[in-house]
Design a protein. Structure first.
Length: 76
């Protein structure tokens, strides 16, 4: 995989993980996307650049896991 292709795939995986969190999808799915981005980065020799971004997102997942879930919206 070319570096430009890898960068595009990494970006897509990070955005997918972010969107999964915003949409309330299982955080495990977001984690999978973030870890896949790290694997692609590692294979393309970009791990040093991408690891801080992934670690930040994984830390956010940990923080969200410790917080209480938001209240359910009122029934209509």
């Amino acid at each position: 995989m070319q570096r430009d292709e890898a960068r595009a795939k990494i970006q897509k995986l990070l955005v997918t993980g972010d969107n999964r969190l915003k949409q309330g999808v299982d955080p495990g799915k977001a984690r999978e996307s973030f870890l896949q981005a790290l694997e692609v980065a590692r294979a393309a020799g970009l791990e040093e650049q991408i690891r801080p971004l992934v670690e930040l997102r994984l830390a956010d997942l940990e923080r969200l896991g410790r917080e209480a879930p938001p209240p359910a919206p009122p029934a209509a």
